[in-house]
Design a protein around this ligand. Sequence first.
Ligand SMILES: Nc1ncnc2c1ncn2[C@@H]1O[C@H](COP(=O)(O)OP(=O)(O)OP(=O)(O)O)[C@@H](O)[C@H]1O
Ligand SMILES: [Mg+2]
Length: 506
Amino acid sequence: MFAKLLGETTFGIDGVVVTVEVDINNGLPKFEVVGLPTTAVKEARERVKSAISNSGYVFPMNNLVINLAPADLKKEGSTLDLAMAVGVLVANGQEISQADVLDKIFIGELSLDGGIRKVSGVLPMVMEAKKQGYREIFIPVDNAAEGKLISGIDVYAVRTLSELVAHLSATYPLQPLPKENILSNIERAYSVDFADVKGQPVARRALEIAAAGGHSILMVGSPGCGKTMLARRLVTIMPPMTEAEALEVTKIYSVSGELGDKGLMVERPFRSPHHSTSSNALLGGGTIPRPGEVTLSHNGVLFLDELPEFERSTLEMLRQPLEDGEVNISRVKAQMCFPSKFLLVAAQNPCPCGYLGDPVHQCSCKPKDIENYHHKISGPLLDRIDMQINLVRVEFNELQNKAPGESSADIRKRVIAARNIQLQRLTGTGFYCNAQMGRREVEKFCELDETAAKMLEKYFGALHLSARSHDRVLKVARTIADLDKSTNIQAKHIAEAIQLRTNISA
Ligand SMILES: Nc1ncnc2c1ncn2[C@@H]1O[C@H](COP(=O)(O)OP(=O)(O)OP(=O)(O)O)[C@@H](O)[C@H]1O
Ligand SMILES: [Mg+2]
């Protein structure tokens, strides 16, 4: 007796449809799973056996073989449990037949009593099923929030194996999940606000530009001048994610098992890994690579506080994701490419003691120590950071000023207006903001008027800017022009972009 049906697993951040073949033949009682299963998949045997018996069905006491195809793909996790159990019931001729499961996909982990448990990666699996043209998919009830997001495919949330069998045999049919309009009615509430920040006009302006165009930024300043405070407020002025951006982020969090109770990631991620973090945790890793911090901050903010305290080799690995917006990881067992279009915010002191250049405190560092401190961050890495600004200490009278600074809500209005201009301009390119533009888009969209071109030429030579800096200055200038609602990039926009890029060395 033979059955064939479909399950799904994940590879990287994508779903992969797996064909589950079940054969029951007259031999010695045995239960085998073949087709490159990992230990977790092999362990499914015990769960399938108990779930079937405890749901009131008969587990066949014959030779049982389950084959998972494609055989060259390493199958991980417990998502295939449900498909295997349903396959055993079909092959054993119990209540459901091959016709009842045709072209349907089953996802879920089984508990020993026949319940269906929540699994990671449901969103990318449903997306893949839809992409391949399947019409029906069954997922654990606790993953329903993710299932509601995708229209164009009937998603059923099931509680137990017996509930699923009752539906398939048409005894108690279930209704597919209603679809949700995912980004409507989102209330944004933050515990912090830009209104709390006193002074620091340059940093405020730079962060507004960063949020509007997605540009990376390095803040350098003495201890307690507000670097960490400002960086933590960046998400409060970021524009809301588009539906496509939200789905990209949710897919990553779904696979990483970090979605929690949320169906959809509606807020841009803000990740601030500690400086002791390993390169695997930052970039992604493992025998079968998993997304790291750079991918978990895709479409959001990656905040690296105390930048020089990170391992130099770890920081160097940021070069590829910063340049390409994706990260390639090769391991013996698999090669993966994860998206990583994040906004990098970095903060550091100007020297180990923190007071180099401070008008009040004397710096107590030896020249060698300062040199070593700066040596931690390489030229190529700095070259990839669009804006590099110096923060000065806040004066007493500024701190005493009771009037609140401009609120996040007001700044966000300007940011959203500038981002909408970009979204419209970049329609069809697959990019969402100026920072993501490639060479071709820069050439097409960053045209300068005559005085602006002359100004760029002058500074390009004087400041020995690299070709990369050239493009990055243009992209920042484009964002400044967008904030200014100007179709052309003017000389003042170029001047500000250059000033923000070279603040440290100037
Ligand atoms: N511009 C500011 N306006 C209002 N409060 C400020 C400002 N700057 C600093 N503070 C106060 O000082 C505290 C410390 O600031 P913050 O942690 O941001 O400093 P930092 O620049 O990150 O210092 P370090 O270099 O030591 O990490 C803040 O929590 C806030 O209470
Ligand atoms: Mg700090």
